[in-house]
Design a protein around this ligand. Structure first.
Ligand code: GLN
Length: 575
């Protein structure tokens, strides 16, 4: 009896193997191809912009592309990250609080991202530890290889399958050598092996140094970084070199020889005036053609001439925009424009569509007072008060809004900017003493902005705000209705506070028009001053910038820029 048991154990242990099934049911190798993009030398090179630009070129060739990002940090999502440290939190329609690169993907490709396009270290471990507790790995020690890498590959393949993609672009966040992204790198090496070399194209984005004290470009850091990736089994097929100026032939030769990559696939990505000019830069290096041949995709190409023409028209407009306007943006993260990436882009999209170049002026409101306000705001054509949390700079923002309201300066308030506009109005028009938001002063006498009832019960901070896409019911006959041209709009939210319903009637009786609200709920979502009273004074509880696209600018941003331009006495027409 004992002998039989021992034999049984011996035979099961013989069957044990190191493979972990990371193929979703029905998956077919070769149907979807992959482009893996990683970074060397340093982070912040614009891997997201590069990945999206390359994907755009594939899309213009009629290929069905999808794109995703790995982020190594242990946060489950980006919701609790400080935008000052990490760039803006980009909110997806499904409510995922994601990395700003997903915003870049949406803008370039015009497709909505979901939670399936974004994977953090925290999310993968959360998932694996939950499975372990359920007993899914019974009897096994749960390991980085094969379990963590296996789950990562499964995530990537699931995206490929669910989106029926010809090509999935995978951006690995961080830099080669980071401890927190090495299991993603390992997973990509395995993916390449399992899918076959002909189905995976590896792109290294690197940095060519050009120190001012030398006045010449240096390639060693790039070479070493790529060599490190090669040691991890990720030999690049394409090397994209970020640099301030065009990378010289000599430097490209050095990198080419050191990494075994033909020189025509070592390309220069030097600084451009707009990120939307990067696809053209890649096109001039024939990057799309080269990658398509590497992946054997030529037979699937069906050039999308309509989309190519539309994109070209947009790029031409960027190159030919002449008239300049200056938009002031207030906020405490003013030293880092990444914190407001979507707003910067939404302004660019709207301005470009009118052939206007919008320059931005960052205004740190924590330093503003009654005396300095005139000096600051007389230098801008319009002002945006963006989203924000907490109290820092709030009084300065309120001063800006008062100035904009009283001086016919076009004003666009976004979420916090909507809330502060109501505080300002309550204080200075309704004369309600000690009006505030309870986020800033919980004991204020007139809490015109108060926490949403459903938020009162919530303890945790991660993924608990009112998040993601919700409908906005637009009131006919209003400025907002004129700009939207529809009765219902879908917009993205990220907030805990709202206009306190007790004050709605008082606001309405004294001139504020709530031109957008939540259907079936008493949540005010757009406020405006009638057009006859102010050229543009609109605030939204949502963030229109999240859905603005280069070829489809947001209606309220269009209205804002148009109003500014009309004040500048140049009439332009919204298409
Ligand atoms: N702090 C405010 C709220 O939670 C505004 C949020 C925002 O601007 N996104 O309601």
């Amino acid at each position: 009896m004992e002998e039989i048991l021992i034999n049984e154990i011996a035979s099961t242990s013989k069957q044990e193997h190191e493979f972990y099934d990371s193929m979703p049911a029905g998956y077919r190798t070769g149907k979807s191809k992959y482009v893996i993009i990683y970074g060397t030398v340093m982070s912040g090179l614009g891997k997201g912009i590069f990945a999206a630009s390359m994907a755009k070129l594939f899309q213009l060739k009629g290929l069905n592309v999808n794109i995703m990002k790995f982020d190594g940090y242990l946060n489950v999502d980006a919701g609790t990250l400080n935008p000052y440290r990490h760039g803006e939190v980009f909110v997806l329609d499904d409510g995922t609080e994601s990395d700003m690169d997903l915003g870049t993907y949406e803008r370039f490709l015009g497709i909505n991202m979901t939670k399936n396009n974004y994977l953090t270290g925290g999310k993968i471990f959360h998932q694996i530890l939950n499975s372990e507790r359920k007993g899914d790995f019974l009897g096994k020690d749960v390991q980085f290889i094969p379990h963590v890498t296996g789950e990562i590959k499964k995530f990537v393949r699931n995206l490929a399958m669910s989106s029926n993609a010809d090509v999935v672009f995978v951006e690995v966040g961080g830099t080669i050598g980071d401890i927190e992204n090495n299991y993603f790198i390992k997973a990509m090496q395995e993916l390449q092996y399992e899918e076959g070399k002909e189905n995976v194209c590896i792109v290294a984005l690197t940095y060519v140094l050009e120190p001012a004290f030398l006045g010449e470009q240096k390639s060693k850091a790039a070479q070493l970084g790529i060599r490190m990736a090669m040691a991890e089994g990720l030999n690049p097929d394409i090397i994209a070199c970020r640099c301030q100026n065009k990378v010289t032939e000599k430097v490209r030769e050095k990198i080419s020889i050191s990494a075994n990559v033909p020189i025509q696939r070592v390309i220069s990505i030097h600084d451009c005036e707009s990120i939307y000019l990067i696809p053209d830069l890649l096109l001039s290096e024939k990057l799309d053609e080269q990658a398509i041949d590497l992946l054997g995709l030529r037979s699937r190409i069906k050039e999308d001439y309509h989309a190519i023409t539309k994109w070209k028209e947009f790029v031409d407009k960027i190159n030919n925009s002449e008239k300049e306007i200056i938009i002031g943006i207030t906020g405490k993260y003013t030293s880092l424009r990444d914190s407001y990436a979507s707003i910067v882009k939404a302004v660019e999209h709207a301005a470009t569509s009118f052939g206007i170049k919008a320059k931005l002026r960052w205004i740190d409101t924590s330093e503003l007072d009654e005396n300095s306000i005139e000096n600051e705001l007389s230098r801008v054509h319009g002002i945006i008060v963006p989203g924000g949390f907490g109290s820092r700079g709030s009084e300065g923002k309120i001063l800006c809004i008062k100035y904009a309201r009283e001086n016919n300066l076009p004003y666009l308030g976004l979420c916090y900017g909507f809330q502060m506009a109501l505080v300002e109005y309550a204080r200075n028009v309704l004369n309600l003493e000690d009006s505030y938001s309870t986020e800033i002063k919980s004991s204020c006498k007139n809490p015109v902005i108060d926490i949403l009832p459903e938020q009162k019960r919530i303890q945790n901070l991660g993924a608990t705000m009112r998040l993601g896409g919700h409908d906005v019911e637009i009131k006919p006959g209003t400025y907002a209705a004129e700009l939207y041209g529809t009765d219902i709009a879908r917009e993205r939210f990220r907030h805990r506070w709202e206009c306190n319903p007790i004050y709605i009637e008082m606001f309405e009786q004294s001139g504020i028009v709530f031109s957008g609200k939540a259907p079936n709920q008493n949540i005010m979502q757009i406020l405006e001053l009638p057009k006859r009273e102010h050229p543009f004074f609109i605030g939204t509880q949502y963030h229109g910038e999240y859905i603005s696209r280069p070829l489809k600018p947001h209606p309220l941003y269009l209205g804002f820029i148009k109003a500014i331009s009309e004040l500048e006495e140049k009439k332009i027409i919204i298409e």
